[in-house]
Design a protein around this ligand. Structure first.
Ligand SMILES: [Zn+2]
Length: 263
C-alpha cells in the first residue's frame, strides 16, 4: 500500500452493517465476468476521483506536460461545490480538462454509495450523471468508479452491463484474468508514500503484462491525506516511463487489453 494513512471522512462512506459487509464480500468474489488481459505489454492509467479543483488545474496540466492523458471521475452534481476538504472543480474546469484530451468518467451524479441504492435508483443516478456530463463536456462516460469504493453484488452486475469498466479502491495491480467490473487501483498519496513499493508494483505489472491503475484526489504541494503532490505525481510518471510503461486513459488501456474494441 502506498498510503497507510486513515482515510478522511470524505472517503469514509463504507457501510459497516453486517448485511452490507456480506453484500460487499459477495460482490468482490462473484465476478460479473472474467477476462484475460490481452495487451502485448503492460500499461498504466492515472485516475483522479471527485476531481477537486487542484486535480483539474494542477494535475491535468502536469500530465499534459508529460504528454499523457488521465481519467477524471466526476460526480457531476458536485461541480463547483465546496466541501470540508476542497472545492470541487466547476463545470468550466471539467470542460477544460476534457478539451485537453483527458477522459471523463462517472462517479455517480451525487457521489452516492451505490450499495445504498436499489437498481431503479442506480439507473436514474447513472442517467443523471450521463446527462450532466454530456451537457458539461460532451462526453458520455464509459467508465465508472465506485464512490467510497463501496459496492454490492446486484449493483456491480448492473454497472457491469452499463460501463466498460468499474474501478474500485481495492489495492492491487490488474494481472492475468480480471473482472472489468471490479478493477483494482493503487492509491497515490503523499501520506505514507513509498517509492520502492510503487517500483515493485510497476515491475510486477511489467512482468505480467498487466494494467496498473493509480488514483488520487487533490494535487497540491501539501495535499490532503488522499491527495498527491506534483512531486510524487512526476516521480510516478518517471518511474513508469523508465520501465517503458505507457500511461493511457481508461478507454485506451481497455482497448489495449482487448476489453473494448479497437476503433
Ligand atoms: Zn469519491
Amino acid at each position: 500500500m502506498l498510503s497507510r494513512a486513515p482515510l478522511p471522512a470524505v472517503e469514509q462512506g463504507w457501510s459497516d452493517g453486517l448485511d452490507r459487509k456480506l453484500w460487499r464480500f459477495l460482490a468482490r468474489r462473484a465476478p460479473a465476468r472474467r477476462v484475460a488481459l490481452a495487451g502485448p505489454c503492460a500499461v498504466a492509467s492515472l485516475t483522479f476521483d471527485d476531481v477537486p479543483d487542484s486535480a483539474a488545474t494542477v494535475g491535468a496540466p502536469l500530465l499534459e506536460r508529460r504528454g499523457v492523458a488521465g481519467t477524471f471521475y466526476v460526480a457531476a452534481e458536485w461541480c463547483g461545490r465546496r466541501d470540508r476538504h476542497w472545492r470541487v472543480a466547476g463545470r468550466s474546469e471539467i470542460r477544460a480538462v476534457a478539451r485537453a484530451g483527458h477522459e471523463i468518467g462517472c462517479h455517480t451524479a451525487r457521489h452516492v454509495n451505490v450499495q445504498s441504492l436499489g437498481l431503479p435508483e442506480l439507473a436514474r443516478e447513472c442517467d443523471r450523471s450521463r446527462d450532466l456530463l454530456i451537457e458539461i463536456c460532451g462526453q458520455d462516460p464509459r467508465h465508472f468508479c465506485y464512490p467510497f469504493g463501496d459496492l454490492g453484488l446486484s449493483q456491480k452486475r448492473y454497472l457491469a452491463g452499463r460501463f466498460a469498466t468499474c474501478r474500485s479502491i481495492y489495492e492491487s495491480p490488474n494481472l492475468g484474468r480480471i473482472d472489468p467490473a471490479l478493477l483494482g487501483a493503487v492509491g497515490l498519496f503523499d501520506a505514507g508514500y513509498d517509492r520502492e513499493r510503487l517500483a515493485v508494483l510497476v515491475r510486477r505489472t511489467v512482468e505480467a503484462r498487466g494494467w496498473l491503475i493509480l488514483y488520487t484526489h487533490d494535487v497540491a504541494a501539501e495535499p490532503t491525506p488522499i491527495g498527491a503532490s506534483p512531486r510524487i505525481l512526476d516521480e510516478a510518471l518517471t518511474l513508469l516511463a523508465d520501465h517503458g510503461v505507457p500511461v493511457l486513459t481508461m478507454s485506451d488501456a481497455a482497448r489495449h487489453h482487448g476489453l473494448l474494441p479497437r476503433d
